[in-house]
Design a protein around this ligand. Sequence first.
Ligand code: NAP
Ligand code: ZN
Length: 346
Amino acid sequence: MLTVNAYGATSATEPLAPMTIERRDLGPKDVLIEIRYAGICHSDIHTVRSEWGECPYPLAPGHEIAGVVAEVGAEVTKHRVGDRVGVGCMVNSCGRCVNCEKGEEQFCVEGNVQTYGSIDRDGTVTQGGYSTHVVVTEDFVLRIPDGLELDVAAPLLCAGITTYSPLRHWNAGPGKKVGVVGLGGLGHMAVKIAHAMGAEVTVLSQSLKKQEDGLRLGADHYHATSDPETFQKLRGSFDLIVNTVSAQLPIDSYLGLLAVDGALVNVGAPAEPLSVNAFSLIGGRRSFAGSLIGGIRETQEMLDFCAEHGLGAEIEVIPAERINEAYERVLASDVRYRFVIDTSTL
Ligand code: NAP
Ligand code: ZN
């Protein structure tokens, strides 16, 4: 067992604080990763504040992990010491069910093992990436391609794949009009990726404060959702809308922005339910859907795509002691556009 420095929560209401956590001894298929950077996802905040249900304390969150392989188990074939690697939101799954077989481990019938706060297949509670090292079975370790620096790559492991997957699934590309609701961590990657796929991209943000950034990131258009005119002007215009907002939204208003057969895909995960009026769907044969991260194979595809197109996250690197302040800024929609912890400060 390896005892390592980490930063985590001891209750839903206390600020996060330094702590130590245990990493298991290296099994034959395990990889020991020296973590260099860990992104701060809004899901970390929902989780440690027990907004999605009681979280197991003490808990170090973090599922946007980038680092270097420090040691490998005897039977590891996919990774070598010194490789630049990443770990996202999952660290295990059954590997045998219909969804795992398809490479969609996120939908494992037995439930995927989340990177933190989950019961691993050996019965221990998983601890996340706000730490110096992690041990992960080799199948859940991704290769970070040359050309992507580790700090800007870290957020791709969640924000990147969570937006890439629905954009691919709903065929974002040339001739398609894609709306992105919320310009935060996920939203800014959705803009970059949809633009690189060739779609016409519109940002729908609460205000025009980040308009210049949105256009620079690759959006063709930018509108404020606080302006009721926006919902009139853009009525019936999108093939796909990806909603990345972490809070409740008036879903019917956004469904009204879809063209016939358009889809509103929710990746935002507010604790409160979202409601839909049936007429918002039947009026234009529209869909209201959801999407959860992406499978391991698709995550590697996303990393390769981002490297090929020169897409990293826009980040603000912070020392561990600024994690609580970063949380407050994320909650105030004041993130530009992902906080990344320099884990050498742990
Ligand atoms: P984030 O960086 O905080 O971005 C969310 C953005 O939503 C904000 O920057 C803001 O953008 C907008 N927003 C926030 N509060 C709002 C409100 N009350 N009304 C309207 N807009 C609001 O968060 P994130 O890390 O991107 O995560 C976003 C959500 O996705 C979270 O709920 C997270 O848990 C979830 N998530 C889901 C998956 C999945 O697999 N489905 C994976 C990762 C994260 P503007 O200022 O531009 O309006
Ligand atoms: Zn995340």
